[in-house]
Ligand binder design. Structure first.
Ligand code: HEC
Length: 144
């Protein structure tokens, strides 16, 4: 009886240790896949090109009233989402400049999205230029 109790207690203790150890093992491998800067930038670059086209070209070639506001809002949102991943990308992790500039990128893309949501054509080009400044600032920070 006493022996049986001890053995149960031991099993419980071992189980606890195993469960505890599981919480300690590095979760790097089981975590979501690594984020590559180049992959994030591919999305950002494509979205930015689409924004330039939608904001600068379409209204010039056609009419300001044909401005694809939905597309602009969608592309701006893509940049906002990508900017959230940027500080976690492999080679940039924890870099204070990257954190600050990613935050700025998100804010400026959000401004663009909000102007698009209001169908406010005249409030699109200046946030687009500001957005571009953030791209350039970060790229020059990394010397290219
Ligand atoms: C917070 C920093 C940061 C910001 C902001 C940023 N980038 Fe980048 N970008 C990088 C880094 C770092 C690389 C180099 C990635 C690599 O090749 O490893 C890069 C590379 C790129 C590339 C080349 C991708 C390739 O390797 O083929 C493009 C295109 C690009 N960025 C577009 C943009 C655009 C457009 C914006 C703004 C809308 C922007 N980036 C904003 C950091 C940034």
């Amino acid at each position: 009886m006493n022996f049986h109790k001890k053995s149960v207690a031991r099993r419980v203790a071992i189980l606890c240790l195993v469960l505890f150890a599981a919480t300690l093992t590095p979760s790097g491998k089981s975590q979501a896949q690594e984020i590559e800067v180049a992959d994030v930038m591919e999305v950002v670059g494509e979205a930015y090109e689409a924004l330039v086209k939608a904001i600068m070209l379409v209204p010039v070639l056609e009419l300001a009233s044909d401005t694809p506001y939905g597309e602009i809002a969608r592309r701006a949102k893509e940049i906002e989402n990508a900017s959230k991943q940027l500080p976690f990308a492999d080679s940039l992790k924890g870099d204070q400049t990257v954190i600050a500039l990613s935050h700025q990128l998100r804010g400026r893309a959000a401004l663009l999205r909000k102007s698009a949501a209001k169908n406010n054509f005249s409030a699109l080009s200046s946030p687009l230029i500001d957005l571009r400044r953030t791209c350039l600032q970060c790229h020059s920070e990394y010397r290219f």
